[in-house]
Design a protein around this ligand. Sequence first.
Ligand code: ZN
Length: 123
Amino acid sequence: IFPAEQSSPKLASQGRNLKAVLCQRCGSRVLLPGAATFTCRELLLPAMRKKATATDGGDGDGDVVREHWLVRDMFSFENVGFTRDVGNIKFLVCADCEAGPIGWHCLDDKDSFYVALERVAHE
Ligand SMILES: [Zn+2]
């Protein structure tokens, strides 16, 4: 019914990530293979910046990202950092170099962590 949501990228097998998910900048490992499931959801992520501690919001630029790895348990992450809450949203950043945001988490849904495919590397 929704073919776009049924199709997984080549990076996935049976809906799970085939490869480890790494920080694009420093190569820090974020997720092990198989730790996440592919999902489509439109989420607005602020533009990538080097330091997550830099000014939050205000400039209004960002990207709508549709393809994500969905993680159901925070302890499935190898390494991940979070920004300060922005409303009830936290953004995921690299735990080592703070590159990001690489993902999205809403405090209203504590069991859903989204990692944007286009903002991470796969190995
Ligand atoms: Zn990094």
